[in-house]
Ligand binder design. Structure first.
Ligand code: S3P
Length: 442
């Protein structure tokens, strides 16, 4: 979370050099949140190896601690241990639950808390989170008998939840959102009767996989796994979880090495869950130099080491439709990649980008334009002509972690240096990003 009352620090980012070496990206953010939440409501102990030690999962852990869950400190390379309180063991907190910058924390907690009858909860976030739409979670939870209130008819935090005995429902979600889906699945665990969620297209499926591993009665069916049914009544049992590296963090190195002459990076232990690998399909379309060195399966999730080297002949790409949920967080760095492709790239069906930590279509267009990019913002996407060379400028992350890291990579491959304010936003998902960038640069 960025303290907006502080004078922003100015970071100097040098252009040039090449990126060489091996990098192990930190743990997957989505899996880290889920491991903490499911561990908290399981019976017995859960251990998490490789939990992402960044601001967003720390927000989730702090909220769970405020409800009486014992979670050991979250530090780099340290096993995290959770003493589960069971499905009904969360205490009514005496404090407001602070979700910081984390949409996943707020949305998943709404689903977790709405069925805790006789308990009341208040959730808030930072300036960015309190502007993000929450009706998409509140509405389906109300269909199950939930009570969620907040500003603008419950659409914006601060939100209050008065726990109820929920009933099961069949719920079609209007947007493919793993946060919405996961909130419903969490609520379904303690409802009366079964609940079915139907997504318009498949969003990331970490909740389904992990809930099954914890012992929930959950079935995935339908075309491409878009129908998910939960039958309540099964206890969750503590697990030993290993979190793979976050492909959304690996994305910065995949693009950085592809667009920076002379680069050769091997990214270790990257999560390759097929609901997350859209960026690799795009790198294929670009004919980037990517090689899978070894692939493996840990804790039910595929992982692999990926080597990527510079290519002077990147082809433009077009993305839209069903691939979008599989690369939704990678659009800013793909916009940077498009600036180095030989022709016009088109990104469509990306309206969801407008309600992320910032309006990412607007912010990436504004910042890349300052660098001289030929980028046009459309209502639902971007068109980028990659034939113009980028130059450094005075940049601003506008408090968005993925914008900060994307602009840093754009500067490395540009022909002059940049400065950036609010670069510390990177800590929301990748606290060691800036030091890793300097370590890899030669
Ligand atoms: C997330 C799902 C995605 C993604 C976010 C993390 C999750 O959001 O953008 O960074 O962990 O469930 P939506 O599912 O709302 O699109």
């Amino acid at each position: 979370m960025i303290d907006s009352t502080q004078k922003p620090l100015l970071r100097k980012i040098k252009s040039g050099g090449k990126l060489i070496g091996r990098v192990k990206v930190p743990g997957d953010k989505s899996i880290s949140h889920r491991a903490l939440i499911f561990g908290a409501i399981a019976e017995g102990q859960t251990t998490i190896n490789g939990l992402l030690p960044a601001e967003d999962p720390i927000s989730t852990a702090n909220c769970l601690r405020a409800m009486g869950v014992d979670i050991t400190p979250i530090e780099n390379n340290k096993l995290v241990t959770i003493k589960g309180v069971g499905l009904d063991g969360l205490k009514e907190p005496t404090e407001i639950l602070e979700c910081g910058n984390s949409g996943t924390t707020m949305r998943l907690l709404l689903g977790l808390l709405v069925g805790r009858h006789d308990r009341h909860f208040v959730l808030t976030g930072d300036k960015s989170l309190n502007k993000r739409p929450m009706q998409r979670v509140g509405s389906p939870l109300r269909m199950m008998g939930g009570r969620v209130n907040g500003r603008s008819n419950g659409n914006f935090a601060p939100l209050s939840v008065t726990g109820q005995q929920l009933h099961g429902a069949v719920i079609g979600t209007p947007v493919a959102s793993a946060q919405v889906k996961s909130a419903i699945l969490l609520a379904a665990l303690t409802a009366n009767g079964s609940t079915k969620v139907i997504e318009p297209s498949l969003s990331r499926d970490h909740s389904e996989r992990m809930l099954k591993a914890f012992g929930a009665d959950i079935t995935v069916s339908g075309e491409m796994g878009r129908h998910i049914t939960v039958i309540p009544g099964s206890k969750l049992l503590g697990q030993n979880i290993v979190v793979p590296g976050d492909i959304s963090s690996a994305a910065f190195w995949l693009v950085a090495a592809s667009i920076t002459p002379g680069s050769d990076i091997t990214i270790e232990n990257v999560g390759l869950n097929p609901t997350r690998t859209g960026i690799l399909d795009v790198m294929n379309q670009m004919e980037a130099n990517i090689e899978f060195i070894k692939t493996n399966k840990i804790a039910g999730e595929p992982v692999g080491d990926i080597r990527v080297t510079y290519s002077s002949k990147l082809r433009p790409f077009e993305i839209n439709g069903e691939i979008m949920p599989k690369l939704i967080d990678e659009v800013p760095i793909l916009a940077v990649a498009a600036c180095f492709c030989n022709g016009k790239s088109k990104i469509r069906d990306a309206n969801e980008l407008r309600v992320k930590e910032t309006d990412r279509l607007k912010v990436i267009t504004k910042q890349l334009k300052k660098m001289g990019a030929n980028i046009v913002e459309q209502e639902d996407g971007l068109t980028i002509d990659g034939t113009k060379k980028l130059s450094g400028n005075d940049l601003d992350s506008e408090t968005d972690h993925r914008i900060a890291m994307s602009l840093a990579i754009a500067t490395i491959a540009a022909n002059s240096d940049s400065t950036m304010i609010r670069s510390e936003a990177a800590s929301v998902s990748y606290p060691t990003f800036w030091t890793e960038l300097e370590r890899l640069r030669q």
